[in-house]
Design a protein around this ligand. Sequence first.
Ligand code: ZN
Ligand code: ZN
Length: 308
Amino acid sequence: MDPFGLKFIFIAALIFVPLERLFAMHPGQRTFRRDWGNDLVFLLLNAVLIRLGLLAIVAATIFAAALIVPASLQTTIGDLPVWAQLPLVIVLSDLGFYWTHRMFHAVPWLWRFHAVHHSIEELDWLAAARVHPLDQIVTKGVALLPVVALGFSEWVIGIYALLYQWQSVFIHANLCIGFRPFRLLVASPEFHHWHHSNDREARDRNFAGQLSFLDALFGTLHMPRERLPQTYGLDRPMQQRYAMQMIYPFVSDSDDQYRPAVLPGLEKPALQTVAAHPPFASERPEPADVADAETVGVLSSRDAAAHR
Ligand SMILES: [Zn+2]
Ligand SMILES: [Zn+2]
């Protein structure tokens, strides 16, 4: 029994601490960076809470799917070879992850939960742990729901879960790795660090957990060439202690922090919305930055037009 995932923490530290020394995106960042101990508490306590929450969602999904989804369809899918099931599971799950994550940015009362993850100001392998458990239970639960309901095999879902767990640690790590030439296909540290950047041009971008091409597909990709994000976090620092962050969504007014809004049809384009919520740490992007962003499909034409 390893309810706190101590084995995982130990192996991850053994792999990522030396890698971060060798290939750091921010070489000046210390191994025991600010709030490192606090994030270790997140990792230990959230592991139990998130696992319990996901078990409940998976059990409920299996029960509901038995009533709704034809058994013949589940059998056909479950009998596919692993090499055919795995890519389908990754794409389906990441689609669920992408849209749920995007909702957590767009809906103010959901943002209060997700702001906990964005409160971190120095990213490393441990940063993935800084999450509100309810945020993670819902996001991962929605990602798992279709693949459990459709009858994909337990083995394949297990492989997917393992891949997701390690990729999640990897994309938060302080590593200067961009996966070229697959940067527009697979999520990398470069891709996800931009998601945490507090540059206004990067807000509400790069929502995918594993597949950066989903952001390219839905017009939310932001990976300017030859540049890396420099600062992370919210405009106004949040209380960093675990207990305070657990109660934050229930006691705060979401306007305390920057509040992105991106869902098409519901809100204004992200960059315009950001302009309506000062103060910001970063300056308005220069015209050159906008042009740079457009070259890699970062901004929708609507966003770009708003900056001309
Ligand atoms: Zn986010
Ligand atoms: Zn993150």
